[in-house]
Structure formats: structure tokens, C-alpha cells
Design a protein around this ligand. Structure first.
Ligand SMILES: Nc1ncnc2c1ncn2[C@@H]1O[C@H](COP(=O)(O)OP(=O)(O)O)[C@@H](O)[C@H]1O
Ligand SMILES: [Mg+2]
Length: 252
């Protein structure tokens, strides 16, 4: 997570819950500038309060570029919904993400900025980090991620793998678009089944349904439930690309 020499303890040692609390409650959110390589108005921000400061990525609803397939002003909610789903499953590691209403450019997603080693994207790490990338690929199938690029995998200074940019998720139509196709044809690893069973149950009428119901449409929630239960079917295999559209362009 973002490094800040003045805070105690360092931000990378904060629990997810404490980082969320600070993103929500620290009184000051200062916009520092636009982040390069963003397709929307995506800003670097400093979130500060008595406990110290955190560098964050701020995606205001108003800064979302219009798209033909995703309703305007919903991308920041999809970022938060992805984070909540990943926290529930306990994978993959998405930096703490919250909805912040009183931010300088209005309501938007605030996510902890992860300091990362330049150049170590998915293409660089796909062999040695394969075991950790499988839950990322599985999450993308379940969340129906329409934009998993290589640069969305970050390694922090401790070597931990984080994934970012989940604004194009939870569409009701099939939209999986990713660079991570190396698990095509593989079965669901037994070690992940329990998390998915918990998720399926909670999506029926439990806390996960309530939480995500605030962030995506009813139809999107119903189709998410279907995608998740499909993965638990005995014959399920990781999907394969169907056309050139299955890979984002540019891939990084
Ligand atoms: N949590 C984060 N930590 C570190 N860098 C990030 C984070 N989120 C985004 N970035 C950086 O900002 C760039 C733009 O963010 P991205 O999520 O792709 O925005 P957009 O939704 O506009 O496409 C990313 O390519 C990455 O370099
Ligand atoms: Mg992007």
C-alpha cells in the first residue's frame, strides 16, 4: 500500500478495516493530480487526518467517460462492489476501496494507492506467480470483468500481489475481457470451493446480497449469483477466449 513516513503504523501494515475506516473518515481529501494511463478522470489524492495520511486513488462519478454498454456514473460503485466481493471471498487482494461522498469532485471511489515496482506487470510475473493469479482469473469470471489488463497487477515493495481497476464489472451480459487466459480448460481448485460456497449462500439472501444490492442493479446481482453458482457445477472449466474481443486493447 502507499508509503507514508509520517503515519504510525505505516500504511502498508494497516488492516483492511483500518484502511477503510481512514479512507471514509479522515477529514481532508486533497487532489494531487491526474494519474497517467487512466481512461477516466482518475486522480491521485492525499487523505489525511489526526492518524496520519494515506495516498489514494480517487475516481469521481463525474469523471467517468461515457461508455455504450455501462450506464454512466456507475463505474465507481462497481469498483467498490468488486472490493466487497473480494473481501468476502478473501481473494484476490484489491486495495481497500470505499465510496466517499464528501470528496472534492463529488461522490466517488477512494482506493488505497499501492506503491509498486515499475514494469512488473502480469506478463512479467505470470509464470512465477501462477498460483496467485488463478484466483484473479476466477474472480474476473465471477465478476464478469470486461477490462483486465496486464498493468492491473501490481507488486508492492514487500512483493505482495494486488489487483486494481474494477470499474467494468458486473454487467448482466457476458463481457469477460482479459489478458489472463492461461487457466482455460482447468477445473476449479478444491481449495477455493469453500469460499465460493459461502459466497453463493450469502448472495441468496445474506449480507453479501444486501451489500452488493446497494451497488449494482437487481438484474446484475441475479446474474452474478448465476455466474458464481455455475463455477461450482461439477463439469465447470475455466473459459477460453471466444474472439479477438476477449483480450483488451492495448493489453497493458
Ligand atoms: N490502487 C492503485 N494503486 C496504485 N496505482 C494505481 C491504483 N489504481 C490505479 N493506479 C494507477 O493509475 C492508473 C489509472 O488507473 P485505472 O484504475 O486504470 O483508472 P481508469 O478507471 O481511469 O482506467 C493505473 O494504470 C495505475 O497505474
Ligand atoms: Mg484503466
Amino acid at each position: 500500500m502507499g508509503r507514508d513516513p509520517s503515519s504510525e503504523p505505516p500504511v502498508e501494515e494497516l488492516s483492511f478495516e483500518e484502511a477503510e475506516r481512514r479512507l471514509l473518515a479522515c477529514p481532508e481529501v486533497a487532489v494531487l493530480g491526474l494519474l497517467p494511463n487512466s481512461s477516466n478522470y482518475t486522480f491521485l489524492a492525499r487523505v489525511s487526518g489526526p492518524g496520519g495520511e494515506i495516498l489514494a486513488v480517487y475516481k469521481p462519478a463525474r469523471g467517468e467517460s461515457p461508455l455504450w454498454d455501462f450506464p454512466s456514473g456507475t463505474l465507481h460503485r462497481r469498483e467498490v462492489a468488486s472490493y466487497r466481493l473480494a473481501r468476502f471471498l478473501s481473494w484476490p487482494a484489491i486495495p481497500p476501496t470505499v465510496t466517499r461522498k464528501d470528496a472534492p469532485m463529488g461522490v466517488g471511489a477512494l482506493q488505497v494507492f499501492v506503491e509498486s515496482r515499475p514494469g512488473e506487470d502480469y506478463f512479467k510475473i505470470r509464470q512465477e506467480r501462477e498460483k496467485e493469479l488463478l484466483p484473479v482469473a476466477l474472480f474476473d469470471v465471477i465478476a464478469n470483468n470486461a477490462d483486465r489488463k496486464a498493468g492491473h497487477c501490481l507488486l508492492d515493495p514487500q512483493g505482495r500481489l494486488w489487483v486494481i481497476d474494477h470499474g467494468l464489472t458486473f454487467h448482466a451480459d457476458p463481457k469477460l475481457r482479459t489478458v489472463i487466459w492461461n487457466f482455460s480448460g482447468q477445473r476449479l481448485p478444491a481449495r477455493l470451493r469453500g469460499d465460493l460456497e459461502r459466497g453463493a449462500e450469502s448472495l441468496e439472501a445474506g449480507p453479501l446480497a444486501a451489500e452488493l444490492g446497494e451497488l449494482v442493479s437487481r438484474r446484475e446481482l441475479a446474474v452474478l449469483r448465476r455466474r458464481l453458482t455455475a463455477v461450482l457445477e461439477p463439469g465447470w472449466r475455466f473459459p477460453s477466449p471466444t474472439s479477438g474481443w476477449s483480450v483488451p486493447w492495448p493489453p497493458v
